[in-house]
Design a binder for this molecule. Structure first.
Ligand code: ASP
Length: 416
């Protein structure tokens, strides 16, 4: 099912995806909205296939991974390393956003009012950190799975895996083998779906360029540039430095290995929809064991969102600048902390980052119709930024998996 390792470039999947992206962008720009409407369903179908496997994949990968960890001590060690990495990488991302927006000041003098806004998608957001904690424990596992409530599903799967690890040899081996086999099947299914990625990506990108309204883009051009530059710094400087310093991994090799998940994150703007591809690539190309990746990646896709964290902080400071509200250093620190929490609470689906921005705005008392109007305008131009921050989110998860695998003594990680 995997792509040919040798042979002409055009037979390699990532090149096919790149070509599909370019063709999709051109076709959407030329064909406009009518073309976007005609091919849009193909992109939707592709994303549905990816989403179809998320729940069984997360369940089987975590249960088989945690059950093979062999005890609560290894789990505790892996958990603290994972959490440490998440906080470090997100804090770095927020720091970059904070410095860039304070330096460039894209909001000062910006004329946003009157720009056509858009209605926010209805996504549920936790009201507070306590709610976030309570939501992590499902009252009904089946309902959590049915609602795509990832954090709750992850918590159950980890606990289930721990329980299996504590069983006597015979039931433990039976259950571990069962979940491991189901996981292999899910990975194979993922491989089959990815073969259609070029077609899906073509349609997804054509829809973006075909429906883009240029007016809103012009009003927010400097803001978009600031966010894009900040995300680029995190993607091409901060994360590679973490790879080098913490994992002694060559960043260019990791980038090359991660091409497919990156293009998928970019075209779907959803870390959750990309998760099957991320898991498969991090295991098969980056060379991380299932034991590590099954723990770091599903959790990372749900809570470790560097690009989103950066966006929350930069977006709120931008809105404050537009409104002429001068945020003190203490208020900016409040923004930093709530941006981290908001990125944890954001769902791994398109535009979720923009919806949770209200949590951060509330923390510094920015509210009212003017704020709503600016967020509406930001939503109108959100898709390209969302595509970019989702790629950063996914890349950071993969760096975490590679670094932690290295620290666990795994060999063969990101070997060229
Ligand atoms: N779309 C992003 C993701 O899935 C979340 C966000 O909107 O920032 O990772």
């Amino acid at each position: 099912m995997s792509e040919p390792a040798q042979g002409p470039w055009y037979r390699r999947l990532h090149w096919q995806i790149f070509v599909a992206m370019a063709l999709g962008a051109a076709a959407g720009a030329i064909g406009g909205e009518s073309f976007a409407d005609r091919v849009g369903w193909i992109g939707t179908l592709f994303v549905r296939f990816l989403k179809m496997i998320i729940v069984p994949l997360v369940l089987t990968s975590i249960v088989s991974g945690v059950a093979s960890l062999g005890g609560a001590r290894s789990l505790g060690r892996l958990f603290s390393k994972t959490l440490g990495y998440y906080v470090l990488s997100s804090a770095l991302a927020i720091g970059v956003g904070l410095v860039m927006v304070n330096w460039i000041k894209p909001g000062v003098g910006a004329q946003i009012t009157g720009t056509q806004g858009a209605a926010l998608p209805e996504l549920s957001t936790p009201d507070s950190a306590v709610d976030l904690l309570l939501d992590m424990v499902p009252v009904n596992v089946v309902a959590a799975a049915a609602n795509g409530d990832m954090l709750a599903l992850i918590v159950f799967s980890v606990l289930f895996g721990v329980a299996i690890a504590g069983l006597p040899a015979q039931p433990r081996e039976t259950l571990t083998r069962l979940f491991d086999s189901a996981f292999q099947a899910m990975m194979r299914l993922t491989g089959g779906i990815i073969r259609f990625a070029p077609i899906g990506v073509f349609a997804l990108i054509a829809r973006v360029t075909g429906t883009a309204g240029l007016e809103a883009f012009r009003a927010l051009a400097l803001y978009m540039l600031t966010i894009a530059a900040s995300l680029s710094i995190h993607l091409f400087v901060s994360l590679p430095l973490l790879l080098l310093l913490l994992g002694r991994i060559r960043p260019h090799v990791h980038f090359r290995n991660m091409v497919e998940p990156l293009t998928m994150a970019f075209s779907t703007a959803s870390s959750a929809a990309t998760l099957p591809v991320t898991l498969r690539t991090v295991e098969e190309k980056v060379g991380v064991s299932n034991r590590t990746s099954s723990f770091v990646l599903p959790l990372g896709a749900t809570v470790n969102m560097d690009g989103t964290a950066l966006y929350e902080c930069a977006g709120v400071l931008f809105i404050a600048q537009v409104l002429g509200a001068d945020l003190s250093t203490t208020q900016q620190m409040v923004v930093v902390v709530t941006a981290l929490l908001a990125s944890i609470g954001a769902a791994a689906v398109p535009s979720a980052g923009l919806v949770v921005i209200f949590l951060v705005l509330e923390s510094v008392n920015l509210r009212g119709p003017e704020v709503d109007a600016i967020v509406g305008a930001m939503l109108a131009i959100d898709r390209p930024l969302d595509m970019f921050r989702t790629s950063v989110n996914v890349f950071s998860d993969s760096c975490g998996a590679a670094i932690i695998a290295r620290s666990e003594g795994e060999s063969g990680v990101d070997e060229a």
